[in-house]
Write a protein that binds this ligand. Structure first.
Ligand SMILES: Nc1nc2c(c(=O)[nH]1)N[C@H]1C(S)=C(S)[C@@H](COP(=O)(O)O)O[C@H]1N2
Ligand SMILES: [Mo]
Length: 306
């Protein structure tokens, strides 16, 4: 095998395997501005042998963040208008410790880890992204959810002054953007509260200062720029389900066998694609994380709970 020095290899050609081998490069990147960058075995979960990390320029310039517009280029163009410091998070519902918290106080003392995840949008494109983040379980446990908490609901910032998509007269979304997880999904070790990517602070267009990342679910579950965490007994009503329940459900697990009513989910377009290659590849059950998360849905009819 031909071994080239990392600078000679464009990011798009680096396989996750090469990245694990070159931990120094990764640790150096990860250490910037972070107290801890722990590497754990779970890093490798789900990744397929020929997965390559998507170039940073694609990850940060091809986005869905409807608060800034519906074009893929809108978030990179306009998300800088959002103020992310100071950032306050309201914690409410079925937990012992509720109230308003400064973002820094919530994450203080929690370890930030590097995780390379496959990322699949319901629109049938996908990427592989090196995220930095904190296991969501560690974030949530400090609020001591009560025995009644069965779900957790999140809300994105609502600030039309700074989020031009929320001012839109034509927007059919009932802001703020809402998402939720069952508590056992939220506590799964793969579920991450993301605070960075490519070893850097999270760019606004990717959901600064923190956003969810649930790698076995369609991207719309991974809500950005979170300002509210609520522990509930009942299943939250998430934005896309509220908008079109026949097309988008609460679970939104990646599943090649359950088509979207308007397109197949059996394959996906791995970005970047070019004039010469559409980079289509088969979609994997639970986006490749079946071994890790399949048990969460044992006995459930995934056609019904889509
Ligand atoms: N608040 C908010 N969160 C959101 C969205 C959004 O429009 N608003 N889009 C979702 C969708 S559909 C996807 S695919 C991912 C995109 O994340 P990325 O831009 O970091 O790739 O964010 C998700 N989180
Ligand atoms: Mo998406």
């Amino acid at each position: 095998m031909l071994i080239r020095k990392p600078p000679a290899i464009p990011n798009s050609e680096i396989t996750p395997e090469q990245i694990y081998r070159d931990r120094r490069r990764f640790m150096t990147a990860g250490a910037a501005g972070l107290a801890t960058a722990a590497l754990s075995p779970i890093l490798q979960a789900g990744l397929q042998p020929d997965d390559t990390v998507t170039p940073e320029s694609i990850v940060t310039q091809y986005n869905n963040f409807y608060e800034f517009g519906t074009d893929k280029s809108d978030p990179a163009a306009y998300a800088h208008e959002m103020t992310t410091d100071p950032w306050t998070v309201t914690v409410s519902g079925e937990a012992n410790k509720t109230g308003e918290f400064a973002f820094e106080d919530i994450i203080k003392g929690l370890d930030v880890e590097e995780r390379i995840y496959r990322f699949r949008c319901v629109e049938a494109w996908s990427m592989v992204v090196p995220w930095m983040g904190i296991p969501l379980k560690d974030v949530l446990a400090q609020f001591e959810p009560t025995g009644n908490a069965k779900f957790v609901e999140f809300e994105t910032l609502y600030r039309p002054d700074e989020m031009r998509g929320q001012r839109g007269f034509f927007s059919s979304i009932d802001w703020p953007y809402v998402e939720g997880l069952r508590l056992d999904e939220a506590y799964h070790p793969l579920t991450l509260m993301v605070t960075g990517l490519y070893g850097k602070e999270l760019p606004n267009q990717n959901g600064a200062p923190w956003r969810l990342m649930v790698p076995w679910k369609y991207g719309f579950k991974s809500i950005k720029s979170i300002v509210s965490i609520r522990f509930t007994e009942r299943e939250p009503v998430n934005t896309w389900k509220q908008l079109q329940a026949s097309e988008y459900g609460f679970y939104a697990n990646v599943n090649p066998k359950v088509s979207h009513p308007r397109w197949s989910q059996a394959s996906e377009r791995r970005l970047p694609n070019s004039l010469f290659s559409s980079n289509r590849m088969p979609t994997l059950m639970f986006n490749g994380y079946e071994e890790e998360v399949g048990h969460l849905y044992a006995g459930m009819d995934l056609r019904k709970y889509y």
